[in-house]
Design a binder for this molecule. Structure first.
Ligand SMILES: [Zn+2]
Length: 522
């Protein structure tokens, strides 16, 4: 009988902490719902003490998630744990996840604390958290470079203090599989009360070994595997959920492990996270990359036609990649559209389907064929939006080689009034953004913007992702249009709407994202 391991997803915390991967509150809720559908046992929703925005997002996720445990990361400090509990207390299954570093290099140079003090602080944090929350996870940051005997002492003490999960992170992605497996075995053998806690691992991918290390740990008894969608995460990222889960499934013959993930939701989840963050999946990425199941070389194709198993160790259907890349057009009805949505793994509420279908009709008038990628982009664009403070009414941009770019933008406010501004800029995008800044009366800093064709072909839609900074906080927007300038303007306005909505919802608190400077976490 195969042992069942728990899947702990930290896309919304570790993934979101990575440069260029930030998500706004609505986007986090959207991803959280999809993670629940995917069947993750635990989702780490954020780092509540990092900023009021992070706290609000964890609270919002806690309010909607029913079957998965929702965890929040907290340093081993009472104020962090208080913020964590404030964010998590509304969850059906809340978990406080607290951590402190245990490696000599971190204790000496970062914490400037003696090992005995670190042990004391760990126990105190777990005791404090336990008073608030039954489920407490403790992580020994940089465990892979810690003294194994010291780790066992720390784990024994925190389990005695009430920790329900002890996590062994390879925070810096330094371990190799045989070594990491041996460390997990050592801890399981030398921590007397280890049977009272779930043993977790959390591996980073700096040497490209995160999934391999995680599987090595699972093979010797780790019960909870921490990972992220598309392998997002600090630096080179975390173990990728899709690779880990398909590894467990495809090599059940030797690993003899199972998990509760509905693998047919993997592809939709990967696409959603990619769309929301604007971070593309590399084409040769295992399991979810564009080429992962493409057998283009003639010799392979011949083999595949004779028997799929010649070159295919898992099927595209098993990870939810739609069978045929069906295309829709302007004569496709709502029923066909809804059916395609379901095939692509999206289950939307009626209102969101209405919105997406209306957008689809507009697009189908402009484009002959509407592909799956177009539909995904529409859905993500319409589902993760926030109430609109500003709506694009009309725009004009003039640019060329012999004159400065100018832009006139007219926006409609939610009270029905209109506002129009003209601006000059370095190029058409800059001119348009400056005109919008004049309308909203705020100087928003553009952190980055990315533009890509959703599909091939001359009538392809341009998908834009814009990241803006205001008051130390960051918001994303996505825009879609067959005109690339319009898609960028739409993305900018969406980011502004997310900002306006979040500032009003969480109070225009000074963005004190203190963790940003400190860059901490397991
Ligand atoms: Zn991490």
């Amino acid at each position: 009988m195969a042992r069942t391991v728990q899947i702990f997803d930290t896309t919304l915390r570790d993934g979101e902490q990575a440069p260029g991967c930030s998500m706004n509150l609505q986007e986090k809720v959207e991803v959280a719902r999809q993670l629940e559908k995917l069947g993750v046992d635990v989702m780490e929703a954020g780092f509540p003490a990092a900023s009021p925005g992070d706290l609000a997002a964890v609270k919002a996720v806690s309010a909607v998630i029913k079957t998965s445990t929702v965890a929040g990361l907290c340093r081993a400090l009472e104020k962090d744990i208080d913020a964590g509990w404030e964010a998590l207390s509304g969850a059906v299954r809340p978990r406080i996840h607290t951590f402190i570093a245990t490696s000599p290099i971190h204790m000496e140079h970062k914490l400037k604390m003696a090992p005995e003090k670190v042990l004391e602080r760990a126990v105190a944090a777990v005791k404090y958290a336990k008073k608030l929350c039954e489920d407490v996870e403790f992580s020994a940051e940089d465990a892979a470079r810690s003294d194994p005997a010291f780790l066992c002492r720390v784990f024994e003490a925190v389990i005695a203090a009430g920790a329900t999960v002890v996590n062994i992170p390879d925070t810096v992605g330094y371990a190799i599989p045989s070594e990491f497996g041996a460390l997990v075995s050592y801890i399981r053998e030398h921590t007397p009360n280890i049977g009272k806690a779930v043993v977790a691992v959390h591996c980073h991918n700096d040497l490209g070994l995160a999934v391999a290390n995680t599987l090595a740990a699972a093979a010797v008894g780790a019960d909870q595997l921490e990972c992220t969608i598309n392998g997002l995460g600090e630096r080179a990222g975390n173990a990728s959920l899709e690779e880990l889960v398909m590894g467990l499934r495809t090599r059940k013959d030797i690993l003899d492990l199972s998990c509760r993930i509905d693998t047919t939701q993997i592809y939709a989840t990967s696409r959603l996270v990619s769309q929301v963050t604007g971070v593309k999946v590399q084409p040769n990425k295992a399991v979810v990359g564009e080429n992962a199941f493409a057998h283009e070389a003639g010799i392979h194709q011949h083999g595949i036609m004779a028997n799929r198993a010649t070159y295919e160790i898992m099927t595209p259907e098993s990870v939810g990649i739609p069978k045929n890349r069906m295309v829709l057009g302007k004569h496709s009805g709502r029923h066909a559209f809804e059916e395609r949505l379901a095939d692509l793994g999206f289950q939307l509420e009626a209102k969101a389907v209405d919105e997406a279908f209306a957008q689809f009709k507009i697009l189908a008038d402009k484009k002959k064929v509407v592909s799956d990628r177009d539909i995904e982009a529409l859905v993500v664009g319409s589902a993760a939006t926030v109430p609109e403070t500003y709506i694009l009414d009309r725009w004009v941009v003039n640019s060329g080689s012999s004159l400065s770019a100018t832009s006139t933008i007219r926006l409609k406010r939610k009270d029905g009034s209109f506002s129009e501004q003209v601006a000059v800029g370095d190029g058409p995008i800059d001119a348009a953004f400056k005109a919008i800044d004049k309308i909203i009366g705020k100087e928003v800093e553009l952190e980055s913007f990315e533009l890509g064709a959703v599909t091939g072909g001359e009538d392809a839609q341009g998908g834009a992702t814009v990241k803006v900074l205001y008051d130390g906080r960051r918001w994303n927007g996505h825009g879609l249009s067959t005109d690339i300038i319009e898609s960028t303007i739409r993305a900018y306005i969406m980011a502004i709407n997310a900002m306006e909505w979040e500032l009003s919802a969480t109070g225009a608190a000074k963005g004190s994202r203190e963790m940003e400077k400190e860059k901490t976490g397991v």
